[in-house]
Design a protein around this ligand. Structure first.
Ligand SMILES: [Zn+2]
Length: 359
């Protein structure tokens, strides 16, 4: 998933003031650009605090963008997402009442009052950005725009779950601690490239935190999916293919049960890499399907194996269906700091390799 964080602050770093009225920080030119940014995403996230404070509708105002979504068989408004610790959300908020959109609420408790207006996704523990991204990805979201507030932005940055950060600062507007509300300062990390522009007086910096690896990912992942088609189908396991790619350009392939009736594809590829004397720390592993998080035939899951060897990146095409067990591979890897990328456009080949299990 591509994740963009977008926010506007005053010159002294406030996202809002402490009055009940919504503070307009952006200039009209900047606001236009924010609306265009929304149109280039498929889901928008704002924390429950922001909903209670500003009651935003989070609609897609661009008629052409709405039409384009309809033509693709999607609902015209962006998928709306929020998260709440306290559960204090009212179904009368504009988030729920306005627009034609799918709505998801991540919550630490059950929220029966929202039945019929949103899908409530309750978490076992505290809500993480990793869990939000994983659950939204399973529901088809590919480009997420995170608009705040401060604690939500901090959570995504702390977990390394941001590809792009758009920071807009109004240099003419200062609040001071007396009038200021939530403060949020974004320090550009070392090595991040930023594009800077002035939009009607707003100083806007758009910074890339994670490089775009799409072309390379698709190349290796296509190879992994092809490996999966070499596996001999069995009633009790998926047919998966994997590729280990090292920073020095070498790569190693594997598929389910290639050398042993209990080996998974990732194990086969990792074993070949280790036999060749490879250092796996910082390497990438491509698997046609989400790495497993629990298994009966061997003591270690592929997720544990990947973490033990210190892989930096995991890329796959299809989330593991809930057929045998409920897989938590992607979320566990993300929570451990691994960069996980999913390319559902290659999932069809994985489904074909597993046609023996039925749909
Ligand atoms: Zn596995």
């Amino acid at each position: 998933m591509q994740i963009t964080l977008s926010f506007a602050t005053t010159a002294d770093g406030y996202l809002d003031d402490n009055s009940p009225r919504r503070l307009m920080i952006s200039t009209p030119e900047d606001w236009e650009a924010v609306l265009r940014l929304r149109a280039s995403h498929d889901a928008i996230l704002a924390g429950a605090e922001t909903l209670r404070r500003d009651d935003p509708a989070l609609l897609l105002r661009d008629a052409a963008a709405r039409e384009l979504r309809r033509a693709r068989g999607m609902r015209p408004d962006l998928t709306k997402v929020t998260l709440t610790h306290s559960g204090r959300l009212s179904p009368s908020m504009r988030f729920f009442t306005e627009g034609d959109a799918d709505r998801y609420v991540f919550s630490e408790k059950e929220l029966p009052e929202l039945k019929g207006v949103a899908e409530v996704i309750s978490s076992d523990g505290s809500i993480t950005a990793s869990a939000i991204v994983t659950e939204l990805e399973k529901r088809g979201v590919e480009r997420l725009l995170v608009e705040g507030g401060a604690s939500v932005l901090r959570m995504f940055l702390a977990e390394g779950m941001a590809d792009t950060v758009r920071r807009a600062v109004n240099p003419q507007l200062t609040l001071g601690p007396e009038r200021g509300g939530a403060q949020f300062r974004f320090e550009v990390p070392e090595g991040a490239a930023c594009r800077r522009e002035n939009l009607g007086g707003m100083e806007v910096a758009t910074c890339t935190l994670r490089p775009d690896t799409r072309d390379e990912d698709l190349r290796y992942l296509t190879q992994a999916v092809a490996e999966g088609l070499r596996c001999v189908p069995s009633r009790t396991s998926y047919c998966v293919g994997a590729v280990v790619a090292l920073p020095d350009g070498r790569s190693f392939t594997g598929y389910t049960h290639e050398t042993s009736p209990t080996h998974h594809a990732e194990q086969e590829a990792i074993r070949k890499a280790l036999d060749a004397g490879a250092e796996l720390r910082g390497a990438a592993i491509y698997s046609s399907m989400e790495p497993c998080s629990q298994r009966k035939s061997e003591p270690e899951s592929c997720t544990q194996l990947i973490l033990r060897h210190g892989f930096a990146r995991v890329v796959f095409a299809l989330y593991e269906p809930d057929r045998f067990v409920r897989c938590r591979g992607a979320q566990t890897l993300r929570e451990a700091g691994v960069d996980v990328r999913v390319y559902p456009e290659l999932a069809e080949g994985v489904r074909r390799a597993n046609a023996h299990l039925g749909r």
